[in-house]
Design a protein around this ligand. Structure first.
Ligand SMILES: [Zn+2]
Ligand SMILES: [Zn+2]
Length: 201
């Protein structure tokens, strides 16, 4: 028998989320909700902090995508296109459909945890055009495309970038954020709005 270490309720399949259980955290769903709320309040409770947190999540998602693009070589491997907005990560063996990414997580983040593996052997950067050509040439419609029926297994590798490179990517992430949202990211609640760009994410 396991009990919640906050409220001492007996943990069952009903009040213990599977992902929490798998990570060996003895905390019930309700206490977990209260714990998370401290860091991310609802829109109603604290709209400013909510907006700030939301923008932070968006910025981080863009940042991780830019990191991924850098790690996989910046350019489309066929035509050299380097506009991040036009680039996609292609599964060389056409088995992307087998990729299982846990709910609420994104693929780029998963790759980052593995040190962005498989460059040129499992994954490659393509622009949308070249990706479409790959599909066309492979006759996806005719069903003659060679598709691997097993999911990729990624070998974890070391990955790091310098502080300057991180800063440059953060600035770029902010640029893309402002381009899509048509506004700068929300400032930390209570902090006076500065005129210098806030590049912390
Ligand atoms: Zn509890
Ligand atoms: Zn291309």
């Amino acid at each position: 028998m396991t009990v919640c270490n906050k409220c001492q309720t007996i943990l069952t399949d009903k009040n213990w989320s599977p992902s929490t259980k798998n990570r060996f955290h003895n905390i019930c769903k309700h206490c977990e909700y209260l714990y998370r709320k401290q860091f991310k309040p609802s829109k109603k409770e604290d709209p400013e902090k909510w907006q700030y947190q939301n923008d932070l999540t968006k910025l981080d998602k863009i940042f991780t995508r830019l990191e991924m693009i850098k790690a996989y070589g910046v350019n489309c491997v066929h035509c050299g296109e380097n506009n991040p907005g036009f680039l996609v990560l292609d599964h060389i063996n056409n088995n992307g459909y087998l990729e299982v990414v846990p709910n609420g997580h994104d693929f780029n983040r998963m790759l980052k945890r593995h040190g962005f593996p498989g460059k040129g052997t499992q994954l490659q950067l393509l622009c949308h055009n070249c990706n479409a050509v790959k599909e066309y040439q492979n006759n996806r419609k005719l069903g003659t495309e060679i598709v691997s029926t097993t999911a990729e297994v990624y070998i974890k590798q070391d990955y790091s970038i310098s502080e300057e490179e991180t800063l440059a990517l953060k600035q770029q992430a902010r640029y893309f954020f402002e381009k899509t949202e048509k506004r700068p990211p929300a400032p930390y609640p209570g902090r006076p709005k500065s005129t210098t760009p806030n590049i912390s994410i």
